[in-house]
Write a protein that binds this ligand. Structure first.
Ligand code: G3P
Length: 218
């Protein structure tokens, strides 16, 4: 399973990238706005920090302008994945950009029917939003299960399932059980993955017992 970090914060990305567990980055217009910085500058800097796919989202809503914006974003770096909304125009743009060998990430996916269209458009990634479905009382993880099942039925569907809007370690664990290819994780949720009270208590007990020996290794 690949881990992408869902952030445009350079300091967070730099710090968490030190774990060696980050395989890419996803951003969106809201995350970019939070930085208060220039979009192109932020994306350019991120592509120099993380080698994997860096998702940069278009703002246009017509396929013609989405293609123009996507082609411009793709020129920033070979590891740019152009993020496009899951609309009719977004999928038309996806087909064109994919034919030009530009990585694409179709975002704001909320149904299996939409995910089938994404695979037929030849997208690199589809981003189903688990947390936002949970937020309105729907079963976000069930969507991941449906998409993974459907995609596994067709060899010609090469789109990778990129679980997005992950709100907790449970979303990551259950998505991994279903065979999702990627999960994009907010920094806080990523930090939660390391934590377990029994690990912390067990380590402290080891350290306390070792201290009683009066020995040192180095
Ligand atoms: O960036 C796409 C997705 O991960 C957004 O998540 O938490 O805003 O629903 P969220």
């Amino acid at each position: 399973m690949k881990f992408f970090l869902d952030s445009a914060d350079i300091n967070e990305i730099t710090e968490i990238n030190k774990t060696g567990m980050i395989d890419g980055i996803t951003t969106n217009p809201s995350l970019i706005a939070k930085t208060g910085q220039n979009f192109i500058d932020v994306i350019s800097e991120i592509t120099n920090i993380v080698n994997g796919p860096i998702s940069a989202e278009v703002i246009a809503t017509s396929s013609k302008e989405m293609i123009q914006e996507g082609q411009k974003l793709a020129k920033i770096s070979p590891n740019i994945a152009v993020k496009l909304p899951l609309t009719r125009d977004g999928l038309i743009a996806c087909k064109t950009l994919s034919k030009e060998k530009i990585m694409t990430n179709i975002t704001l996916c909320f149904s299996a029917a939409q995910a089938i269209l994404v695979a037929k458009a030849g997208a690199t990634f589809v981003s189903p939003f688990v947390g936002r479905l949970d937020d309105i009382g729907h079963d976000g993880l069930n969507l991941i299960s449906e998409i993974c099942t459907i995609y596994s039925n067709y060899d010609q569907f090469t789109t990778e399932v990129l679980v997005a809007s992950a709100r907790s370690p449970i979303h990551i664990i259950e998505s991994a059980k279903m065979g999702a290819d990627v999960v994009t994780i907010p920094p806080g949720t990523f930090r939660q993955l390391f934590k377990h009270p029994l690990t912390e208590n067990g380590l402290q007990a080891f350290l306390d017992d070792w201290a009683s020996t009066g020995q040192s290794i180095l």
